[in-house]
Design a protein around this ligand. Structure first.
Ligand SMILES: Cc1cc2nc3c(=O)[nH]c(=O)nc-3n(C[C@H](O)[C@H](O)[C@H](O)COP(=O)(O)OP(=O)(O)OC[C@H]3O[C@@H](n4cnc5c(N)ncnc54)[C@H](O)[C@@H]3O)c2cc1C
Length: 502
């Protein structure tokens, strides 16, 4: 993944079959599907890949236990099928993870045991582990920090976990390997039309400050909570189709939970709170708060932080305050607008809308179902373009793998032994990891490296600020930037980091 090479490809292609706007899970999934079916595909992302919602998820590939209560069985079945496909095709960034729901009455034990056996059954041949009822003793052995008072036992079930921003990079890399041109820091500023039909886009490369005008057969708007900004460029009167629902996570040290077992706890008001081991820390989340405005860098609300801390303190014998939180991050779910006032019950299924101009807009869905969403969108393109149908191949397509990364970082160290220096001991992050992110994963800023290539900002905000000068210097060397650029990067990073302190 080298930006210069991709820009060269861009300058040497007169037209495209498809332009995808947005480099989150949805857009990258579509670019991958389209390129593997032979469509000449360009994807443009205005900031970094997954810098929107797609790096801020709970990092679960799941059917959604809480959808059982909403009787959303088809969503569960489809998601569990996709979970199996993702575990198989992207085994480097996904794995199975055991969950336990502690129960405090015989009725709860019966209810959750029935529900979770049903959940496993919905997986048919996609099950990843057997659901089991646990005694009080077994529950406490596995979750020793759990509140013992009135504890009746637990129910053990299995789901899957992944590294969301790394999967985005892998999707981008696999799409490029299949012929797509995929660019970050390229913002679509207008749509091009002929006879009222969309036939191209205008975008700006914000790194080189160059404008591009490209023609294409189809444009897909996959811009998440920013969908309406693109719709405005298409039609004057558009209806409000996206609702942004904010969810936050607190990051805790692993001593506040289990390093192996994740935990699901229904909160007092019916919301579900997870405590999940992730990359050596624990994720405590999430919330569901309807927001009036979509922001690029959403900020957690105090009420959301309080809610999660209260929930933790209710189910755990250990107590936490904001002092124990090493980072907090917020994301905005792009939900399809419905009349319901509560975003918690709004549809997590996706919707594809085709405008009069032919602009295709895709909204909603989940990370778990990104592949299926991409398949439906590209099928639609084939139908509308009356193209000779080529079958979707992503069900059996292995995604780009980490093993190549380990080999490349070793090669970087052999060529320059000083790159073996570890800059963060807790996570073993070396200078070679940073250089790899710059040279092969298109990282352009300190934020790209620390938030989405190494994840240090999401794990430990203070530690990430400490290493930011080293990262800025390495970026300056490899991207040929001057001291003023380094200074501006560090200031921007410091300001961003403020939003990640609890
Ligand atoms: C708190 C939370 C927890 C979640 N947990 C899970 C989970 O555990 N499992 C699961 O399956 N799903 C989960 N989800 C849902 C999942 O994260 C989202 O459905 C998914 O990431 C949405 O991806 P997207 O590509 O549609 O949007 P985004 O990731 O937001 O991507 C849209 C992209 O478009 C870009 N863009 C906008 N305007 C332009 C423009 N003019 N030009 C170019 N680019 C532009 C943006 O910069 C952005 O990167 C969660 C969501 C949240 C908020």
């Amino acid at each position: 993944m080298q930006r210069d090479k991709l820009l060269y490809e861009l300058n040497n292609k007169a037209s495209w079959d498809l332009v995808v706007i947005g480099g989150g899970a949805t857009g990258l999934g579509i670019a991958l599907d389209a390129s593997t079916r032979g469509l000449k595909t360009l994807l443009v992302e205005k900031r970094d890949f997954s810098s929107g919602t797609s790096s801020r998820s709970t990092k679960l590939i799941h059917g959604g236990v809480r959808y059982l209560k909403q009787l959303r069985f088809s969503l569960i079945v489809e998601s569990l099928r996709e979970r199996k496909i993702l575990l198989r095709n992207s085994s480097n960034v996904t794995h199975i993870i055991p969950f336990i729901i502690p129960v405090y009455s015989f009725y709860e034990k019966l209810l959750y045991s029935f529900g979770l056996h049903l959940y496993a059954l919905f997986g048919f041949n996609s099950t990843v582990g057997n659901t089991k009822v646990l005694s009080k003793k077994e529950t406490l052995e596995k979750l020793p920090f759990v509140n013992e008072r009135n504890l009746c036992g637990g129910v053990l079930y299995y789901d899957a976990q992944f590294n969301d921003s790394q999967l985005c990079v892998d999707l981008a890399q696999t799409a490029i390997d299949n012929g797509a041109t995929v660019l970050n820091y390229c913002e679509v500023t207008d749509l091009v039309k002929s006879n009222n039909l969309v036939c191209g886009v205008v975008f700006r490369d914000t790194i080189s400050n160059t404008n591009y005008n490209v023609s294409c057969g189809f444009v897909v708007n996959a811009t998440g909570v920013f969908t309406e900004d693109i719709l405005k460029k298409d039609v004057e009167a558009y209806s409000k189709i996206v609702v942004a629902s904010q969810g936050i996570h607190l990051v805790l040290d692993s001593v506040y939970g289990s390093k192996k077992f994740a935990m699901t706890v229904p909160s007092v008001d019916g919301r579900v709170v997870f405590l999940i081991p992730w990359l050596g820390k624990l994720l405590l989340g999430t919330t569901d708060t309807k927001m009036e405005e979509a922001k690029e860098d959403p900020v957690p609300l105090k009420s959301e932080i309080d809610f999660l801390i209260d929930s933790y303190n209710r189910f755990s014998s250990k107590k936490i305050t904001t002092n124990e939180v090493s980072a907090v991050f917020a994301g905005l779910r792009p939900l399809f607008n419905s009349s319901s006032s509560s975003t918690a019950v709004m549809s997590r299924e996706h919707s594809i809308i085709v405008g009069k101009s032919g602009l295709i807009t895709i909204i909603g869905g989940k990370w778990t179902t990104y592949r299926k969403m991409a398949e439906s969108t590209v099928d639609l393109i084939y139908r509308r373009g009356r193209l000779n149908k080529r079958k979707c191949v992503t069900k059996n397509l292995l995604l780009y793998t980490y093993k190549d990364k380990n080999k490349s970082t070793q090669e970087l160290i052999t060529a320059n032994p000083s790159l073996a220096e570890i800059i963060n001991t807790e996570y073993g992050i070396t200078k070679a990891d940073i250089v790899y992110a710059i040279l092969f994963e298109m990282a352009q800023t300190v934020e790209d490296v620390l938030a989405r290539r190494t994840r240090l900002l999401f794990l430990d905000v203070r530690a990430s600020v400490l290493v930011s000068p080293i990262v800025a210097d390495l970026l300056a060397v490899y991207l040929k930037k001057d001291a003023a650029w380094v200074e501006a990067q560090l200031l921007a990073y410091k300001n961003l980091a403020e939003k990640y302190y609890a």
